[in-house]
Design a protein around this ligand. Structure first.
Ligand SMILES: [Zn+2]
Length: 483
């Protein structure tokens, strides 16, 4: 029998607000000493009163609008009761039956076709404290307690580990475009919990779903889903039944492991948070947030293809990162008046520059070569001051030293030799020194010309203008042929 996987996803995102969800403590806790960003509210002292963070509400609205959600004019906060040491109040303030956003979607590319993944809901809540287990004792850091969290829940529309990976990559791009989160998985600012079930292909019934927690990269999400699909299929085929549990991922053994039996909504005894008023959002407010949204990745990709005539794969690559696309647009704008076309700029950015950034393990925002400096270099190549190959070396030097292209070219005497007068002698010498290739060429083997051009380039230390060399050699050789 054929089986298909049905996968839904819960994604928790820490919002990059200045302060925490319900108090004035700083929210960017990463790297701070433990228990230094705390107050009675986020430590759960009795008698304190929470206040809703307005910026968090705006960020949630931005995310909802970008995912095509309806923004609820009326939503409320609820208490989700559970007792873990990382939850000092004994409950988490969350949103249960009336979340701020619902019914949206996100589109992913799958082998050239587009697929919509439904977004069931987006709601606001607060993060928990962080536990550290050392030997026989446990330590707790409340700096993370009360940091604003967004929980994004999809419909069970995902069918494979690869689809899940695509979905998460796209979601992260959007979150970063919106500036609402670093969405950095390594630092826990984005956390994904897929739920996976398997059913006979074509069946409308849902299988029993398994939730997988503690996945720390998109690669691991994909692997864990693929592992679960295989495991569940094998259990069903052997006549067994799947139990509804929560699994974790064992990094060493590359497999899912049982974590605990699954909680159900009734275990949490949700009830409306009595210390907070309901959240009422006026239509004008929502429209004001909508009008402040940036251009999103899909729209930017389409514009890049249209405006710059880029190949679709290049447009996609540039648009997948807001900083990269800004860099590209700044560089193109500066290079365009010098006759450098947009695709050439793209080739240098995604080729040479990306390679250097990778090697240096740095981001484009910290690139020692800014968009203006790169556009200067490309103008010099376009003008013929240096050839493209020398340009690559100059870019490496610019990257290493932060100096500009002209200074490096002047200092190293890299200017291209374009004058036929200066190159004629070298070309004639190369013809004299290579009688065999020359006679092959004269005998009709055109491809030998490339070898001869290479010899002239070598003699000139790579500085000859290859187009001029080609013309010169052709001219001299055809003169010989006629002799
Ligand atoms: Zn606090």
């Amino acid at each position: 029998m054929q089986y298909e996987a049905v996968i839904g996803m819960e994604v928790h995102v820490e919002l990059a607000t200045a302060s925490k969800m319900f108090c004035g403590c700083r929210a960017d806790f990463f790297g701070h000493d433990p228990n230094t960003l705390v107050c009675p509210v986020c430590m759960g002292y009795p008698g304190v009163l929470p206040v809703i963070n307005e910026q968090a509400v705006e960020y949630a609205t931005r995310v909802g609008l970008s995912l095509g959600c309806e923004i609820a004019p009326f939503s409320k906060f609820d208490r989700k009761n559970y007792t873990y040491p990382d939850l000092p109040k004994g409950y988490q303030v969350s949103q249960y039956d009336l979340p701020i956003c619902r019914d949206g979607w996100l589109e992913v590319d799958l082998d050239g076709s587009r697929k919509r993944i439904g977004i069931r809901r987006v709601h606001m809540e607060e993060d928990t404290a962080k536990e550290f287990h050392t030997g026989d004792s446990s330590l707790i850091d409340y700096n993370r307690s009360g940091v604003p969290l967004l929980e994004i829940v999809t419909e069970p529309d995902i069918r494979s580990g690869e689809e899940a990976r695509q979905f998460l990559t796209k979601l992260r791009t959007i979150l970063r475009y919106l500036g609402v989160s670093t969405a950095d998985m390594e630092k826990g600012a984005m956390r994904c919990e897929p739920n996976v079930s398997v059913r006979p292909a074509g069946s409308a019934e849902m299988g029993v779903k398994i939730e997988i927690k503690n996945l720390n990269s998109f690669r691991v999400v994909k692997m864990a889903i693929e592992y679960e699909i295989e495991r569940q299929t094998a259990v069903i085929e052997a006549g067994g039944t799947i139990e509804q549990v929560t699994m974790g991922w064992n990094e060493r053994e590359n497999r899912t492991v049982l974590q605990r039996s699954k909680e159900f909504a009734e275990d949490y005894r949700y009830f409306p948070e009595p210390d907070l008023p309901p959240l009422v959002l006026a239509r004008e407010y929502v429209e004001a947030v909508r009008s402040g949204l940036p251009e999103l990745p899909d729209a930017k990709r389409a514009r890049f293809e249209d405006q710059y005539g880029l190949k679709p794969a290049d447009a996609e690559l540039l648009a997948s990162d807001a900083e990269v696309s800004d860099y590209y647009e700044d560089c193109s704008a500066a290079a365009e008046p010098h006759g450098v076309d947009a695709q050439t700029v793209c080739n240098w950015v995604v080729g040479e520059l990306f390679r250097l950034l990778n090697e240096a393990d740095t981001s484009i925002a910290e690139s020692p070569v800014g968009p203006q400096a790169l556009s200067n270099l490309l103008s010099l190549v376009k003008r013929g001051t240096i050839n493209a190959n020398t340009g690559k070396g100059v870019l490496m030097e610019m990257f290493r030293t932060g100096r500009d292209a002209e200074a490096i070219i002047a200092e190293k005497g890299l200017s291209q030799i374009s004058s036929a007068g200066a190159l004629r002698e070298v070309a004639e010498q190369v013809i004299r020194d290579n009688p065999d290739p020359v006679s092959q060429y004269l005998g009709g083997k055109d491809s030998v010309l490339g070898f001869l051009i290479g010899q002239v380039m070598r003699q000139t230390g790579g500085k000859a203008n290859p187009h001029v060399v080609r013309e010169l050699l052709r001219e001299r050789l055809s003169a010989q042929r006629d002799e």
